[in-house]
Design a protein around this ligand. Sequence first.
Ligand code: NAD
Length: 480
Amino acid sequence: MSVDFYSDYSMTIDGKAVGASASFEAYNPATEAVIATVPDASKAQLDEAVASAKAAFPAWSARPIEERQALVTKIGDVLTAHAEEFSRLLTLEQGKAKAGADWEVGGSAAWCGGIATQSLATTVLEKDDERTVEMRHVPLGVIGAITPWNFPILLAIWKIAPALVAGNTMVLKPSPYTPLCTLKLGELLRDVLPVGVLNVISGGNDLGAWMTEHSGIAKIAFTGSTATGKKVMASAASNLKRVTLELGGNDPAIVLPDVDPKQMAKELFWAAFQNSAQFCCAAKRLYIHDDIYDALRDELVAYARTVKVGDGLQQGTDLGPIQNKMQFEKVKDLLADAKANGLNAVLGGDVPEGQGYFVPVTIYDNPPEDSRVVKEEAFGPVLPLLRFNDIDDVVARANDTDMGLAASVWSADADLARSIGERIEAGVIWINEIHTFSPHAAFGGHKQSGIGVENSLEGLAEYTNTQTVVTRRSPAVTIA
Ligand code: NAD
């Protein structure tokens, strides 16, 4: 199929290209230029998409799982076949630098292959000559998937692949800030998936809200902010929709005194600043032991000075802009607050005037624990470095948050680091590494970072209901 990646953005409803009477614009965050006009779906079009997904469900769920797995593998093949175009379009609409865009596209393709190996076995719970008690998994129906703007392709695939393997059909809505790659994926998959199995619609936040209250949708798979996640959950109660909520984080990273500051600086920098820190599980609070605090701070700043912030399309750029104006203003407000409160920025801290939503890498030297840059998820390249010298104290500080997405602990003594990690209230604990994900490892937040998990068999099971089947070989009482 020949597809122009850079124009003609249409929705995919019932296997067809669909426009809308209203539209909105997509911007390149590096230049603020309009790059596309995008259909703004109406409520009636959402109804059509849900009706199409509903009509496709009986045949899709009845297909042997091997066929569904094979088609999900093909989704990965489509991403691979168009990797260069997806990567460029991702940079154009999201802002991330080429290496990050390549990682996202390649990772998404690999994910399809990984999830396509998974299935949920029927478990025999009790069995004798007369009777069996079994538990099996049945798909839910139509899944409403809602994604954010930081990893638009990957986080869509994290939902599409398991939902479809489990036998569900889907209506997918990308963020209005980054709709383009998702719309193009929908377009390319028209030739791959049966009609109605994957509908892709674009629109604003209202469209997301309409999805959460739609009676034809059985589950909302949502990635986004904690504030919106709470609205999703409240609205989903209308027909007792299932929800998976992957929400915000304020992840601590704890660095023990036995690491070499010079060797560690680069890895810790990227732990915090990858994707310009628009990363749910970026290291957002870096707790450094007193013994190495000054040395590691200086090494981090020295390394950060070598990192180039700029237009992701330009060669040599390491970090792109903030993805949208709303988030740009939020980060600027955080920096203004830090300045007003006299926090010590050892790097950055001021946003220069100019085109594009660029924020320089900003590092604060030991701000008070209750300052906004420590308490709030910046979702931009802003990192507080925090001193500690007592393990119990740092664990308490790491846990003093409503968030609980992930955490990391860094030490030459992996056992000690692990024992500290296990005391952190978070869904993923990394010891001496970070941001290693797998289709087979559950990812999900504790506390207000989310409900449920994505990936792994646990994540697959969240796209199903359990069904207990009790079979007696012959009726217990026979009437002669
Ligand atoms: P957001 O909550 O503003 O938007 C996410 C999606 O929800 C968008 O598609 C948006 O249109 C839609 N939406 C907005 N209002 C809605 C409503 N009332 N009902 C239904 N849908 C609605 O989040 P964002 O700013 O796009 O993303 C950033 C946030 O996502 C950060 O907090 C980040 O930590 C989080 N995030 C979490 C994970 C994770 O896996 N836990 C991954 C990436 C991002």
